[in-house]
Design a protein around this ligand. Structure first.
Ligand SMILES: Nc1ncnc2c1ncn2[C@@H]1O[C@H](COP(=O)(O)OP(=O)(O)O)[C@@H](O)[C@H]1O
Length: 186
């Protein structure tokens, strides 16, 4: 794990990414609840909606087109303290210096289809996301944007996966802190 130049944060910043429906928000919330050190879940889509950090609403795709520069401006002041769990399907916009770990969630595409159907997505939107998951678009974006050692691909098909992923990330946080001389507790 390389040291992030100039970073003195005592808590890592973690990006949890993946195709919509793979389980980002569920993982992020469970991680915040399970972590012995304080973490903060930032659901970028929700924040963009609340703070109107979007360019417009795309009727055809039934989605907000988020203004990435505004999102970065909003998050920037929070990054120094660390402890952020940034939850978004787009991962390649965050500066490398902000990010200590990128978790890319992957899901079987038939399971994903069911999850997105339950969410009430249009057929077009389900198909687009399903294809994107099959093509591993988010994983490729993550690998292109961050050092290989900090990108971790995790399966998110079942609740067993969910639990073991959260345990794994908690252990990773503890190790990250130990490597930097911080204790296991806050
Ligand atoms: N590993 C998993 N096993 C079973 N169900 C899951 C898993 N991950 C997510 N889900 C379910 O899939 C749906 C979408 O999860 P969510 O966390 O909202 O995805 P995202 O934030 O990536 O869009 C939710 O109903 C959630 O309970």
């Amino acid at each position: 794990m390389p040291d992030v130049e100039g970073s003195e944060r005592s808590l890592p910043n973690i990006v949890i990414t993946g195709t919509p429906g793979t389980g980002k928000s569920t993982h992020a919330q469970l991680l915040v609840d399970a972590s012995p050190v304080p973490l903060r879940h930032l659901n970028v889509s929700e924040i963009a909606k609340e703070k109107k950090l979007y360019e417009n609403y795309d009727e055809e795709w039934q989605t907000y087109i988020v203004d990435e520069d505004k999102v970065l401006d909003e998050l920037e002041p929070l990054t120094d303290a660390g402890g952020l769990v940034i939850d978004w399907h787009t991962c390649d916009v965050f500066p490398e210096r902000w990010v200590d770990l990128v978790v890319v969630l992957r899901c079987d595409h038939t399971l994903l289809w069911d999850r997105l159907e339950k969410r009430g997505y249009s057929l077009k939107k389900i198909q687009e996301n399903n294809e994107s998951e099959i093509m591993q678009t988010v994983l490729d974006d993550a690998k292109e944007s961050y050092a290989e050692e900090i990108v971790v691909e995790l399966r998110s098909d079942s609740t067993e996966d969910l639990e073991s992923n959260v345990d794994r990330i908690v252990s990773w946080i503890q190790n990250w802190r130990r490597d930097r001389g911080f204790s296991d507790q806050p």
